[in-house]
Design a protein around this ligand. Structure first.
Ligand code: EPZ
Length: 422
């Protein structure tokens, strides 16, 4: 059991450094498998999903050493191309090991990751892309058995810009014979980071960050060291918290240029935001204004900040409509916000919100990673104490949300601490 207790209505004030990006670090860790040598990642977030990916890599024969925020992965002596089932059930995104395993070894064994609370999350686009590169993929008793001689470059066309499928295709193409062109590619900053790291290892990739990526296959790669960027979703989460609580915060080690849609939407809601270099300052007085908001693939408003935005609008004033276009089931947090007095009506992929302030502190359960973080934001705008259960979801992606919010002035306590962290 893990829970967080928050006393609401404490304006935030302070400055923190933002952790490394979960969604950049995980594919970069997977990419290390492509190279029969050593990869060093710095500014790696110390989160459950990183520890889980380390466990997978070690189960396949890699040697991983995490010291502080520096992760060294030696993939010289991989002994297995099979991703243990319990890991892929624990962390869906381990499916992005398929591409690098096929790329280097010509074979890979995994299992269907299955859906989760935000949607069905099929992997058809991943498998279709790898088949285009020459992989034979068959399914047996829920297992996925992939094999190929040497992958051969091809043209891949995505009907939807899937982040994970783009990452799998990109990594598989790096050692394939000839040229691969990925059309309809995801444009997220994490794709650019992965491409930058792979090119540092000797790959030949152009166009990452646009919807057409070209890869010239190479035969060998080399050791590299690369820094993981600041987590744009964690940064956006903390801006949502100051919008709910009021006050003024400064976030360092961020990437404002990858947060344009986020900063624009939050400004429309009334936040005063200044961004320069690697720093974002956000302040809020008065209640957030109602806006209509729609999530979409990058560079649109990110689906990962939909729940935090919902929490902010729910504690604002006026009527808003929030439309989720990326995942079909990502409104589980609404039910928990309603327990806090929020007025939200979910109709299909739209949530109609009637702002109300203050909300009421009560016991709620984190439905998923970003939903749990959204409940922390809502708790900042609630009278009394809020207890958030099932916080293991939050610890998957946030290095220490209690440490960070306490450093910003929140009155927050974890189950294992006897006193309030002021
Ligand atoms: C990545 O997930 C992120 N995870 C997610 O962040 C993020 O929400 C998502 O991209 C969208 O930005 C990591 O990077 C580890 P997708 P991914 O493939 O790759 C459908 C978080 O909270 N789809 O872009 O799994 C899928 O069902 C997590 O940090 C197919 O239909 O997302 C979804 O509706 C949550 N077939 C949509 O595409 C496929 O083969 C977007 O999924 C693949 C995806």
């Amino acid at each position: 059991m893990s829970e967080i207790r928050i006393r609401g209505l404490c304006p935030l004030k302070g400055e923190i450094a933002i952790q490394g990006s979960k969604n950049a670090a995980l594919p970069m860790m997977a990419a290390s498998v492509l190279h029969k040598g050593t990869t060093v990642l710095t500014h790696v977030p110390r989160i459950q999903d990183v520890f889980c990916m380390m466990g997978i890599l070690e189960s396949m024969g890699c040697r991983c050493r995490l010291e502080g925020h520096q992760l060294e992965i030696d993939a010289a002596d991989l002994t297995s191309v099979s991703i243990p089932e319990h890991y892929i059930k624990a962390m869906r995104s381990s499916i992005i090991l398929l591409g690098p395993l096929l790329g280097r070894f010509g074979e890979a064994v995994t299992s269907y990751p299955g859906g989760c609370s935000i949607g069905r999350r099929p992997i058809d686009l991943h498998l279709e892309a790898l088949r285009r590169l020459g992989a034979g993929i068959r399914e047996e008793d829920g297992k996925i058995l992939a094999s190929a001689g040497r992958l051969v470059g091809a043209e891949i066309r995505f009907g939807f810009p899937s982040v994970g499928a783009t990452e799998n295709a990109l990594m598989a193409a790096v050692l394939a014979e000839g040229t691969t062109v990925i059309r309809g590619a995801a444009r997220e900053p994490e794709i650019q980071e992965l491409s930058h790291m792979l090119n540092g290892m000797g790959a030949r990739i152009r166009g990452a960050g646009t919807d057409v990526i070209q890869v010239e296959g190479v035969k060998t790669l080399r050791d590299t060291q690369v820094r993981v960027s600041g987590d744009r979703i964690a940064a956006g989460t903390y801006i949502a918290c100051v919008m709910a609580a009021g006050g003024r915060i400064c976030l360092r080690q961020t990437e404002p240029e990858s947060m344009t849609a986020v900063l624009s939407a939050f400004s429309r809601m009334g936040a005063r935001i200044q961004a320069g270099g690697e720093t974002v300052t956000a302040s809020m007085d008065g209640r957030p204004a109602a806006i209509d908001l729609r999530t979409s693939p990058y560079p649109g408003f990110p689906t990962d900040l939909q729940s935090p935005a919902l929490a902010v609008l729910a504690s604002g004033r006026g009527t808003s409509c929030l439309e989720e276009t990326v995942f079909e089931g990502r409104f589980a947090t609404a039910r928990e916000l309603v327990k806090m007095g929020a007025r939200i009506r979910v109709e299909g992929n739209r949530a109609m919100v009637e702002g109300r302030f203050p909300l009421t502190g009560t016991r709620v359960e984190a439905p998923d990673l970003r939903g749990g973080a959204a409940l922390a934001a809502a708790a900042m705008a609630a009278e009394g104490e809020t207890v958030i259960g099932q916080c293991r979801h939050i610890f998957r992606g946030y290095e220490d949300i209690c440490r960070d919010l306490a450093a910003l002035g929140a009155s927050i306590q974890r189950e294992s601490e006897a006193t309030w962290v002021e």
